[in-house]
Design a protein around this ligand. Structure first.
Ligand code: HEM
Ligand SMILES: *[C@@H]1O[C@H](CO)[C@@H](O)[C@H](O)[C@H]1NC(C)=O
Ligand SMILES: *[C@@H]1O[C@H](CO)[C@@H](O)[C@H](O)[C@H]1NC(C)=O
Ligand SMILES: *[C@@H]1O[C@H](CO)[C@@H](O)[C@H](O)[C@H]1NC(C)=O
Ligand SMILES: CC(=O)N[C@H]1CO[C@H](CO)[C@@H](O)[C@@H]1O
Length: 550
């Protein structure tokens, strides 16, 4: 009897899911695309803790467990080119929760990322970032435009100059110890570098980031560190109500850090508005100042024009600053972990970079003069993001009404109607690793991004007819794109100027064995907010200081 009582809800649940699954399968057939039925999807929250216990299903015969790989959010990082080679540039993931058309077909991708009016982010994805108040990343439509206008205005060339100087300064100031770093060590090192560059540029150069301010329990960097290292927990629990003593220790620390960080931001904004009134001129502007200023201008303009409110509230300003820190931190640290590994494996690329540095780089020369010339350094970033970008799959969804979209069906290009509950995901890894890149699609070769003019001048260019979109494109392109590029080029230039990067060999290990080990570690990636390797302790790089004489 008891058993029956327990079993009944389970049976009902299964029937409900099967009904849903069938309905979605029938709907998916309309698209005339290959369909991958999956019994569970990553948005089934109950599956998250169970998933690791079921990895054995992948080894079932007849491909019975081949659905398993698709049941985590960042599956393209694990799957890489496999599914798109097998099924083509479009296919449908069909689960009881709904259908996702996965695509690395450019006409589809162009349409959904350019047409911001008719294609939006699903609410679940965008609300992730709303911890500190609504912000550019959590909003859409008219709301988003209001946020985007103020925030994008903060990323001025003046701010980029700050990024450049701070990036170089950070590398020179970093102690690499003996020089040997496991990939874990690389990541931790660049976590700190990225956090400092961000905080300095966001809040201003003259700010004390590491001292505990008056009336605070932790420094700004301390809070930021706690928050960023527990980002998923933060997102889920920062708004948990209830008495503090009931929370587990980590959560309590997190909650305190969130409150502290907010307090710091309030102080910064206050200070900034006061110093603005005092008429400080000629000082390099922080992102925060630029945003506050753009916002004030918007307020005055609006009052004059008598229009709809188009400025941001204070809470929304915090929201945006938080998103800058969040969006700029994981992505940067992840990019450097892979970039340094690839550089270690390719001394010939380092030599190629050094040629460029010899010709154009002087640590003392200004941003505007130097940065545009370092196209080879930038090509290293492009190639790293192609092979190991932080974003695996970005989904969009029709806003309100069904949308027509062009797909590549089994019978050629075709227009299909996509209902609002169906998602379309840009499959970054499928596009970035497609055979269209040539027979060396899986090889690290930054030269593929360099165009050489007859005069010998070099420019960076993405080869035609390829899907390449690590920062996406269109109206919702990453606003930190230039920021991240300037930061990367500044750091790589300074780092390679001072160091040679080698593969770290264990005692008695041959160089070629060590390279094989590093390649093996790089091949096993997974997604955790950005791209990670599964076994970061199992391989590493060595930074060897160049002697002054050369
Ligand atoms: C390697 C570096 C980076 C990559 C590959 C990258 C990639 C991306 C991508 C793909 C998105 C779109 C997400 C979506 O539409 O769902 C995005 C959004 C965003 N990124 Fe970046 N990003 C990088 C660095 C940065 C940095 C350094 C900052 C800030 C300083 C930043 C700030 C943002 C913000 C604020 C958004 C949300 C914009 C909006 O929704 O309108 N990113 N980024
Ligand atoms: C069934 O499908 C609908 C959308 O068509 C979705 O909202 C609902 O969550 C699904 N139910 C289950 C149990 O997956
Ligand atoms: C993801 O990262 C967080 C912190 O950075 C860590 O606590 C968590 O264990 C990681 N998850 C996986 C699956 O590696
Ligand atoms: C697909 O990726 C694998 C490595 O993951 C590589 O060996 C293979 O050559 C790739 N196939 C194509 C056609 O690029
Ligand atoms: C819809 C939503 O989440 N709005 C939030 C915006 O931010 C403020 C301040 O943090 C919250 O009070 C709102 O609930």
């Amino acid at each position: 009897m008891l058993l029956l009582l327990l079993a009944a809800p389970l049976v009902l649940f299964i029937i409900y899911r099967l009904t849903n699954w069938t309905r979605h399968y029938l709907a998916a057939r309309q698209f005339d695309l290959p369909i991958i039925p999956i019994p569970i999807a990553f948005d089934d929250v109950w599956w998250l803790p169970l998933r690791p216990l079921f990895s054995w299903v992948q080894h079932l015969p007849l491909g019975l467990g081949s659905w398993y790989v698709y049941t985590e959010m960042g599956w393209p990082i694990v799957d890489e080119n496999r599914t798109s080679l097998r099924l083509g540039e479009n296919f449908v993931l069909c689960s009881p929760n709904g259908n996702t058309i996965v695509s690395c077909y450019m006409p589809t991708i162009n349409q959904i990322f350019m047409d911001h009016k008719n294609w939006g982010m699903p609410p679940a994805q965008s609300q992730l970032f709303a911890v500190y108040g609504q912000n550019v990343s959590s909003t859409h439509g008219e709301e988003w435009k209001r946020h985007r206008k103020i925030t994008a205005g903060a990323f001025t060339e003046g701010a980029m100059e700050g990024v450049w100087e701070e990036s170089k300064r950070r590398v020179r100031g970093t102690e690499f110890g003996s020089g040997a770093l496991s990939l874990d060590g690389v990541r931790n090192t660049f976590n700190v570098v990225a956090m400092h560059v961000l905080a300095n540029v966001a809040f201003g150069q003259d700010t004390e980031l590491e001292t505990v301010g008056q009336g605070h329990r932790d420094s700004l960097m301390g809070c930021l560190g706690t928050i960023l290292q527990n980002i998923l927990l933060t997102l889920v629990f920062s708004s948990v109500p209830g008495p503090e003593w009931m929370l587990p220790r980590t959560l309590r620390r997190l909650k305190a850090a969130v409150a502290e960080f907010r307090l710091y931001m309030e102080e910064f904004i206050l200070r900034d508005m006061q110093s603005g009134k005092a008429g400080s001129v000629g000082k390099k502007k922080s992102l925060l100042s630029a945003m506050v200023q753009a916002n004030e201008a918007e307020k005055h303009g609006m009052v004059k024009a008598g229009g709809r409110p188009s400025f941001l509230t204070e809470s929304e300003l915090y929201g945006n600053l938080f998103v800058f820190n969040l969006a700029g931190y994981e992505t940067t640290a992840s990019t450097f972990t892979f970039a340094l590994s690839y550089l270690a494996l390719h001394p010939e690329v380092q030599a190629w970079i050094l040629e460029e540095l010899d010709a154009h780089y002087d640590p003392a020369s200004p941003y505007a003069e130097t940065y545009p010339k370092l196209v080879r350094c930038l090509a290293v970033m492009y190639e790293t993001l192609r092979l190991a970008g932080p974003a695996p799959l970005l989904v969009r969804q029709p806003v309100d009404t069904p949308q027509e979209v062009e797909v590549l069906s089994r019978h050629g290009p075709k227009t299909v109607v996509v209902p609002p509950e169906t998602l379309i995901g840009g499959h970054f890894y499928g596009g970035h690793l497609s055979p269209k890149w040539g027979s060396d699609a899986l090889e690290f070769n930054p030269k593929r991004f360099i165009d050489t003019a007859a005069s010998g001048g070099e420019t960076l260019a993405v080869p035609d007819d390829r899907m390449y979109m690590p920062w996406i494109f269109g109206p919702r392109v990453c606003p930190g794109k230039k920021f991240s590029q300037v930061e990367f080029v500044g750091i790589v230039a300074q780092l390679l100027m001072d160091h040679r990067i080698e593969v770290d060999c264990r005692a008695g290990e041959s160089e070629s064995d060590a390279r094989g080990r590093l390649r093996g570690v790089l091949a096993e990636k997974y997604f955790n907010v950005s791209a990670y390797v599964k076994h970061p302790h199992a391989a590493g790089v060595r930074l060897v200081r160049r002697s002054k004489s050369g």
